[in-house]
Write a protein that binds this ligand. Sequence first.
Ligand SMILES: Cc1ncc(COP(=O)(O)O)c(C=O)c1O
Ligand SMILES: Nc1c(O)cccc1C(=O)C[C@H](N)C(=O)O
Length: 418
Amino acid sequence: MSSIDFAALAERDHADPLAAKRNLFRIPTDTIYLDGNSLGLMTHATATRVQEVVQRQWANDGIKSWNQHDWVNLPSLVGDKIAPIIGAAPGQVICCDSISVNLFKVLSAAIKLQDGRTQVVSTQDNFPTDLYMVQGLSQLLGEKHCALTTVDENAILEQPSQFINEHTAVVLLTEVNFRTGRRLPLQQLIAHAHAVGALVIVDLAHSAGAMPVELDAWQADFAVGCTYKYLNGGPGAPAFVYVAKRHLQRLNQPLAGWFGHAQPFAFDPVYQPADTIKQMLSGTPSIIAMSAVDAALDAFTGVDLQQVREKSIALSELFLELLASYDFAHAFECISPADPRARGSQLSFAHDDAYAICQALIEANVIADFRAPNYLRVGFTPLYTSYTDIGVAVERLAAIMQEESYRAPRFQQRHAVT
Ligand SMILES: Cc1ncc(COP(=O)(O)O)c(C=O)c1O
Ligand SMILES: Nc1c(O)cccc1C(=O)C[C@H](N)C(=O)O
């Protein structure tokens, strides 16, 4: 048995320097949303902006809007808004396509820069699309030009020289593991890769907006990330890609589309890439979706990402502490690192009944998610998750576990998206 001290949690919310940011978001009624690591919530400003783009810009100004509302520069404007969140100086980030497509562009370009080296090293448990993109490129170019080696996360940390060495062309690392929430020490791994002449591509899907990221200071070569998780850009929102300034003049990305041309409206039959980050564009940007990202990013105005990180750690530690006070806690094996500095902004628990428990939580308006084979994930978004939220979530979880309501047949039925 346990009882949660909600007065103490309310005090922590009162003292929270980020508390006011919660008002910028549409929080579904009576809902504790712990899935911002998959799809962030919508801001009020986003809804207003999408209305504006659709009802006024497109409806009234039609094609004139490319100039009148600067639609044509939206990818780089949004890129420059994302840049400070990931520690990049202006001119190195652009918003476009998906992580998958952007990975294909930077992987191909990086391999080409390496002139002779062919090995791409990544982690076995990386998000599958990252590995698929290397496999696809390998099929296209042939194993002799691009070959994937996957390595266990522990092994890469314990013996970096064994896996990242003079044979390695590119190291592809996701900072935070989507399944376990484990955070890799990127700065250290980038330094090691550079010492042996390898280039590094970083996937920031679970980092951007959740913690400080210092791409320029770490000297990352390339990075990709999505805007639909902690940046709250909306379902399928366009992703971003970072190319370090030092590579911009000598890059050759293969999805050479007209928006990446030096002069798209010259309609030149011969491709001539822009010499700026715009060369990473391919086709026409999705303006409505990108406008949603643009508006959502305003929630980061004045935000200190160190404070975001501190609150993320405090929320996750609170979750663990409250959970531990219940008898049923022993059945939840936390597979995320015990040291909060080695985690992203989520906790993952292995439990034999994780799927049914997750469904029961969702029915109780605690939105968590499930990842195969038996992991329950809870994500913390410091801009809108409160300390009281954590108390309510654990209290509702306790009711589900104590009453064993998750055993009901309706919670066993699997959905297509989990
Ligand atoms: C680490 C990581 N990379 C890539 C993706 C997917 O990228 P996209 O669907 O934008 O191609 C995800 C989640 O969807 C992810 O967690
Ligand atoms: N991108 C997603 C989607 O289009 C549908 C459902 C979930 C997602 C996700 O973001 C999955 C996510 N990358 C994960 O960490 O599991």
